[in-house]
Ligand binder design. Structure first.
Ligand code: GLP
Length: 241
């Protein structure tokens, strides 16, 4: 893993956006893996800025999001589809039919997971997968457990994850209890991974991700097995060889 530390988040966002856009410049129909949460908002703003300045086009880009809540109306402002529209897709020239977010309202969630993987593996591998990290080391919504799933699947969210995401809702009761997430195998299948970690409160989990033993109890530690991971952070952490 390559670690880059930043003093300020604006600079981090700029570099993260440039990395994602360099993939698109090299391959206009690139497949980008998208993430939600607070961490990627700034880098999406930078991508929109570059698009508005005429520096990049996303016309042929294809995207696959990591995850989606189960049972939240797609029009709910906190659905990950809404998040992507609001923060990125509505402001760039991407063709919406090339944007993929799991359908958390499918009548048959199992079938939806298979459908998602088929599209992902047919169009993939993802050229660059953007990731954030949960305080418990989850990536996507792959929560700590004794085993982890390879493919897209339905998960029960941990209470600490629901607590952390409560800030986006009116109350804890409104935070969904389940989600659909890409599995660890699909995430690690990406050609390259860009992990963005912001806020000193994530320093401990980032240290475990970089330096700790590989364990399913900290899903992000599996990133140690991937040959091309770039970590951008404003945390005070070090990579120990
Ligand atoms: C959610 C998302 C993750 C994200 C995490 C951290 O749980 N499913 O993909 O990485 O939040 O988000 P934040 O960047 O807001 O801390």
């Amino acid at each position: 893993m390559i670690l880059h530390k930043f003093k300020n988040q604006a600079e981090l966002d700029r570099v993260a956006a440039d990395l994602m856009m360099s993939v698109v410049r090299g391959r206009p129909n690139a497949v980008l893996g998208m993430a939600t949460g607070g961490s990627p908002v700034g880098l999406y703003q930078e991508m929109v800025k570059s698009y508005k300045q005429g520096l990049i086009s996303f016309k042929e880009v294809r995207t696959f999001n990591l995850d989606e809540y189960v049972g939240l109306a797609v029009t709910h402002p906190e659905s990950y589809r809404s998040f992507m529209q609001r923060n990125l897709f509505d402001h760039i020239d991407i063709d919406l039919k090339n944007t993929h977010v799991p359908n958390g309202n499918a009548a048959d969630i199992e079938a939806e997971c298979r459908r998602y993987d088929e599209a992902l593996y047919q169009q993939g591998p993802v050229d660059m997968q953007l990731l954030g990290i949960g305080h418990n080391g989850h990536i996507g919504f792959n929560e700590p457990d004794t085993t982890l799933s390879r493919f897209t699947h339905k998960v029960t969210l941990k209470e600490d994850t629901r607590e952390a995401n409560k800030r986006f809702f009116n109350s804890l009761d409104e935070v969904p209890t389940h989600a659909v997430t890409m599995g660890m195998g699909s995430i690690l299948h990406a050609k390259s991974i860009l992990l963005v970690v912001k806020g000193q409160e994530k320093a401990e989990i980032l240290d475990r991700t970089l330096n700790g033993p590989i364990t399913t109890q900290v899903p992000a530690t599996l990133l140690q097995t991937h040959p091309r991971v770039i970590v951008l952070t404003d945390c005070d952490v070090n990579y120990k060889l």
